[in-house]
Unconditional design. Sequence first.
Length: 729
Amino acid sequence: MTKTKGKKGGKRLTRAQLIDRLEAFFSSHPDETFTFKEIFRELHLDTHPLKMLAIDIMEEMAWDDFLIRVTDSSYKLADNTQTLVGTFHTKQSGRNSVIPDGSEKPIFVAERNSLFAMEGDKVRIMMMARKRNHIREAQVTEIIQRKKDQFVGKLKVEKGLAFLIPKDNNITTNIIIPKEKLKRGKTNDMAVAKVITWPDNEQRNIIAEVVDILGKEGENEAEMNTILAQYDLPYKYPKEVEDAANRIPDTITDEERARREDFRDVWTCTIDPHDAKDFDDALSIRKSGDLWEVGVHIADVSHYVTEGSIIDKEAQKRATSVYLVDRTIPMLPERLCNYICSLRPDEEKLAYSVVFLLDDEANVKKYRIVHTVIKSNRRYAYEEVQAVIESNMPGVMNRDKVDDPFTEQLLTLDRLAKKLRERRFNNGSVRFDREEMRFDIDEKGKPIRCYFKMSKDANKLIEEFMLLANKTVAEHVGKVKKTRNGKAVKAKTLPYRIHDSPDPQKLETLRSFVSKFGYKMKSTGTKGATARAVNTLMDEIEGKPESKAIQMIALRAMMKAKYSVHNIGHFGLAFDYYTHFTSPIRRYPDTMVHRLLTRYEEGGKSANEDKYEELCEHSSEMEQTAAMAERDSIKYKMVEFMEQYIGEEFEAHISGLASYGIYCEIDENHCEGLISLKDLKDDYYDFDEKNFCLVGRRHHNRYNLGDPITIKVAKANLEKKQLDFTPAE
């Protein structure tokens, strides 16, 4: 420990004592800047060694954000009065944080300094003076805007008092419901409660009133609506919006037909899931000389939903349809999404179309974007088209062929789509073929079958033409020609679907992870090189036990796609320009694109960039929220399905490993559960992170990713949406 003695009788000071003096000095003068000379004089630092030590300590304090270096020879207290605005994030442990606007770096806020802020609240914080060897800390001084004022949970009604036990585990205060505000709710009812009074220093609980009873805990209707309410998603449609939709006429006038290109006599079909009702895209095909004319026809929602109308405002707020296991919560009223706008067979419908002229190699020779009137000849389910494609593959006997009058059209569309797909991957599009968990459910919403669905040729046929239409529309607006003097004209405002390059650190994590299984992958390089490296890896792991875990890590390395008027291209698809045009019934950005296209085709000026960026941000946020609700509904149904098998054994494989246990996926239905480390009774196991396995200390048994394992279903916890397994005896 360094000790220094002052020349003029000053007492000996240790480094720790000098740190304390400097901290106390600056903390007692929070707004003042001091030169070295002033600091030495005020603290009576008379010797050269003490002065040098003080300068070293102040430099370290500046690195630690306790001080701010004002000039090379002066300092002041850092952040003591600095205020920032940001978003509050809660943790059950009380280690809350605020992420300031324009930053990604969280600042710690202790529970005692939170001012009872809650997850997602917009808050103002004041930085606290930072002590040595402590992390940066702040306190909330104002809650600017509450993220939500409604909570969903289970009621507990006692003699003198009622409580809402929230589904959100991060809420640390009680939610008290006065008896007269219960709306006849009873214990174990799932309810939505609205805040009457927020907590403060005198009243530390939330006081709320019940606004809706969703039903009894465990009932399907109540549980699905609870998931929606938990994410602030609507679980019923406003009557006044439905009434407005019911007033929209379902007939097409002769004047409207005359304004549009007529495709009613061109062979057209829709291809969708077997249980779909909202058909928002159709394909037409006919020969045009040596070329194929393929029309991608999209429901003309913007013709019926005018900007600023009550229907439009509701659709804008929702931004997307939400697909839970047993229901769809539509963006538009049912009359529009399932009837008027839906491209139903044998009915004249208004569409917005991208019509391509393609050669036999699926090269686009010409295209046009036009308003059309169409009449679909046939509504296909994916399975029907798949059967036609498979029965006409080389080597299939004639007796196995599916008899369909439109086989030629379907096979031509399939052949062209495969050419488009091949070219897309050759150009650097990333290949992820993921399975989707599906359920068959009975009339009460109970799952009776659980299975996984893979994307087949029929799905890919539709996918390729939708991708082509979206890309073409984005290029049509975004690609601008240069003027005669060589200057680029600014592109008009359009919501793009953008996807940034992967996070380099996460790519390195992926490279390190797959190397444990013997795979080599470059984690640095150009966009194209990165995409090719990921595709090569996906090819190599196909069918391997570790494939699911590697795919999951690879997906985590990818950035999330989102909407923005500021185009940066789409990494995953390897497109420089991409938008969403093909699903206006279920996505609001597509409706925005339709409106802007019409505006620009009519010679209108570029739309307000800031307004549309705000709409893009909202749409991106609602898309993520809807995805989380969908995942929760899948988890709930998976656990509900497995309830009937408690105590039974299944063949499974290890799908994930962690320091706390083993994730196992049942082979026959792909339901996943956890074997806790405490249930491995034969040994004490250590998690070998480097080699990604669990190893027994005494017997050296190993559990590796992908290993087969026989499990027993021990518990199905519906409240936590969690399956617990144990190893079979």
